[in-house]
Design a protein. Structure first.
Length: 269
């Protein structure tokens, strides 16, 4: 006797609310929870405040201080006998020192260009020079050099008409200081925007994400700031031209990255 075939049972379709709930649940469990996004937003805003403070310190304190020190050094005159007797260090004093030893090497990222000097066997100091030439590479132990001191530090070494600055000598290269301040300000703006978006829209903050837009934008801001700063140093432009050129250029770079990434960030389907 043959068994009766049984018809397959019908399955009931899930209610209409199941798909939206599952989608919402997936959004909360795929690592993009609102709490995590908001915490990231708060950290970015705090980082923006720190970068803004660094920008303010650069333009309000660092640049004026270095500029004033450079002008004071340029205006300093040789010390008179009365100034030397009073111990005045705001003038330029001249000392005849003996080279005890030199260290001149470059290994990878480490560069050492030092000269150890003595005076009458009772004074000894190591000075750091700005590179290997033109003087340091010629010095040998026992050489006599002329040192120019200002405010208690050796600024220049000289021998037979060849002079070389030490790292203590003030330089008129404030353009790179300005570039660092501009970069701090640009990073503050980026972190602030990215942070606020995560607080307002914790689950939908595209395209202001780290990958790829945030990473590209960060590299672009660093490149723009230092490219403009170096260009100003090489061409001799004043440091005030650095923010005037870097900020509009950085805005163009941000817009260019956004337009270039728009097809990638557009949702499919």
């Amino acid at each position: 006797m043959r068994s009766r075939a049984t018809a397959p049972r019908e399955t009931t379709a899930p209610p209409e609310t199941t798909a939206p709930r599952a989608w919402a649940k997936a959004r909360f469990t795929d690592g993009r929870s609102p709490g995590r996004a908001r915490r990231t937003g708060v950290l970015l805003i705090l980082l923006a405040l720190a970068s803004a403070a660094a920008c303010w310190l650069t333009f309000a304190r660092w640049l004026p201080s270095d500029g004033e020190r450079y002008q004071d050094y340029r205006a300093a005159e040789p010390c008179s006998s009365d100034a030397l007797s009073r111990g005045d260090t705001d003038c330029l004093s001249t000392w005849h020192l003996t080279v005890q030893k030199t260290e001149n090497r470059t290994a990878g990222k480490e560069s050492v260009h030092d000269a150890t000097l003595t005076y009458r066997d009772s004074w000894r100091r190591t000075v750091h020079l700005d590179g290997s030439g033109p003087l340091l590479e010629r010095l040998v132990p026992g050489d006599r050099v002329t040192a120019t001191a200002w405010r208690g530090e050796i600024m220049v070494l000289g021998k037979d008409g060849v002079r070389q600055d030490t790292l203590e000598a003030p330089r008129d290269e404030l353009q790179m200081n300005a570039a660092a301040g501009v970069l701090a300000g640009l990073l503050a703006a980026q972190c602030l925007v990215f942070g606020v978006v995560r607080l307002v829209r914790p689950l939908d903050h595209e395209p202001l994400t780290w990958e790829p837009y945030g990473r590209w934008l960060l590299f672009g801001l660093v490149g723009v700031s230092f490219a403009v700063g170096l260009s100003a140093v090489w061409t001799g432009l004043p440091w005030g031209t650095v923010p005037l050129a870097a900020v509009p250029l950085a805005a163009c770079v941000a817009l260019w990255f956004r337009l270039r990434l728009r097809p990638r960030l557009r949702p499919r389907g």
